[in-house]
Design a protein around this ligand. Structure first.
Ligand code: GUN
Length: 284
């Protein structure tokens, strides 16, 4: 029988989530407030921030943006975060990564009040996720799990392979899959034979930034493929998967663009809503 591949429509699911949030925010006495901090002029970061700002406005979040030159002092960012931590109109604080070399990411991320850490990068939130009590969960991994949930496939006992071991995507995604009781392998750039792992996988999540890293000979029929890669090739945006050929074998696959990306933004908005709902003194 011909394999029928289902495309996981991240744009559509994300739009439904945004519409739901917009309705809840319109009905809410308190408006969720998000502060976005961008340092430097990295074009990819600029693009992500613009998506986040646009979506925030669409759902009716209160938004403050702070932009700094590349040479900003760490002290300046720390002071701003201290101020935002105390600001009652702000429920979520997001520092776009990567930060310039002279700034210690960990010092900045640890300065954010864990209750306002809508990216879920503070070690407290990372730890809560690891012990199975997630509070604020990183947006891309959370979006990936929603996409997998939309397939209706039960993850218990399934073989999942996560390619890429970053703190932003790979590690938290592996943790979430583990919390769903999948058998999880995390591959990194030193993994000897990636194919050995991917060929037996029921679920593959790839977040590396290398076009065509995953080819058809590396996957088994019926696999779920989640592609979190975003690469510019000429004037096209592609993921890390040879979509044309892998999609012939997969049961479910995310397109790029229109898969994981819009889900990341929707999950950030949802996290800001949740941070507001759980904030001190919040009443309906
Ligand atoms: N850089 C790449 N992805 C992300 C993200 O999800 N959040 C932040 N803050 N920076 C990023």
């Amino acid at each position: 029988m011909e394999n029928v591949t289902k495309i996981l429509n991240g744009s559509g699911i994300a739009q439904d989530i945004r519409m739901e949030l917009r309705a809840k925010i319109a009905d809410s006495r308190t408006k969720p407030g998000l502060a976005v901090i961008l340092v430097g002029h990295d074009p990819a970061s600029r693009m992500y921030i613009d998506f986040k700002k646009q979506a925030s406005q669409e759902v009716g979040l209160y938004l403050e943006t702070y932009e700094f030159e590349e040479d900003v002092k760490q002290k300046t960012l720390v002071k701003l975060i201290d101020k935002l931590n105390k600001n009652r109109k702000i429920h979520g604080i997001l520092v776009q990564l990567p930060l310039p070399e002279h700034i210690e990411d960990i010092d900045i991320l640890q300065r954010i009040d864990p209750a306002k850490d809508v990216d879920g990068f503070h070690p407290t939130n990372v730890g809560l996720l690891a012990v199975g009590y997630p509070a604020l969960t990183p947006a891309t991994p959370k979006g990936i799990m929603r996409l997998i949930a939309s397939t209706g496939v039960d993850l218990r006992g399934k073989d999942a392979v996560v390619i890429g071991a970053s703190n932003i995507v790979g590690k938290p995604t592996a943790q979430l899959l583990l919390n769903e009781r999948a058998t999880v392998t995390i591959a990194n750039s030193l993994t000897r034979d990636l194919r050995v792992h991917t060929r037996k996988a029921d679920v593959i999540v790839v977040a590396v930034g290398k076009p065509n890293l995953i080819t058809a000979d590396m996957v088994k029929e019926g696999v779920i493929v989640i592609d979190a890669g975003i690469n510019k090739v000429g004037d096209r945006v592609v993921g890390d998967v040879d979509y044309e050929n892998v999609s012939k074998l997969a049961a479910f696959i995310t397109p790029v663009p229109g898969g994981v990306g819009p889900m990341t933004v929707a999950m950030l908005l949802e996290n800001t809503w949740e941070a507001m709902r759980h904030s001190k003194g919040h009443q309906e």
